[in-house]
Design a binder for this molecule. Structure first.
Ligand SMILES: [Zn+2]
Length: 207
């Protein structure tokens, strides 16, 4: 039976109050767990991934996040054999959106991490993977989907911050890297600059 909370969520593009997005392709991952009771989920973490690295458009990332990747299909996969990971979302180069984990659940994307004084960011964050190579550029269609997605997530959770994996695990992780345009995302969302990690901003003329 639908609750008023479900109806409110549906008005913002969600299937119901459980945190599955109606306009994302639903690919449930077994790599998921409960968030600790009472956790304030206020962080979005941006990642980049492609499998094999630099190859776009294939099913491998979806297969990895659903434990269906054939580890023997490519030499690179030996380096990640047995890895069990997930993210809430994956944005393909053409802007297609896949969802693996409901917002209410804990995905396995951050690893050892810390942001704004809080450890273990998987507990209190939503993970978004962009199809790409760390350090390389991302497509306009991906920024469009990402901005729409972040805005939708903020209707469901009290999001206060966005950071890259490189920011919450400095030295250990480097994604999404220098090719990700934080200023473009900030402009598209219209959120305060304090919501974002420090990034280079164009100098203001005359100030
Ligand atoms: Zn990452």
């Amino acid at each position: 039976m639908q609750t008023p909370t479900d109806v409110a969520a549906q008005a913002n593009g969600w299937c119901d109050s459980g945190g599955w997005l109606a306009w994302a392709r639903c690919c449930p991952s077994p790599n998921v767990g409960p968030r600790p009771d009472g956790t304030l989920v206020d962080l979005i973490v941006i990642h980049s991934i492609s499998l094999p690295p630099g190859c776009y458009g294939g099913p491998e990332v979806e297969q990895l996040f659903t434990n269906q990747l054939d580890w023997d299909a490519h030499p690179y996969f030996q380096a990640i054999r047995g890895l069990k990971v997930s993210s809430h979302f994956f944005v393909r180069r053409d802007g297609e959106l896949l969802q693996f984990v409901a917002l209410g659940a804990r995905a396995w994307h951050a690893g050892d991490s810390r942001w704004r004084g809080r450890d273990n960011c998987n507990n209190h964050s939503v993970g978004i993977e962009l199809e790409g190579l760390e350090g390389d550029h991302f497509e306009p269609a991906q920024y469009a989907t990402l901005a729409r997605l972040c805005a939708a997530i903020a209707t469901h959770l009290p999001i206060a911050h966005i950071a890259g994996h490189e920011h919450i695990a400095p030295g250990r992780k480097h994604d999404p890297g220098a090719g990700f345009d934080w200023a473009a995302l900030q402009r598209a969302l219209g959120w305060a600059e304090t919501c974002f990690p420090p990034f280079d901003r164009p100098a203001h003329v005359g100030t």
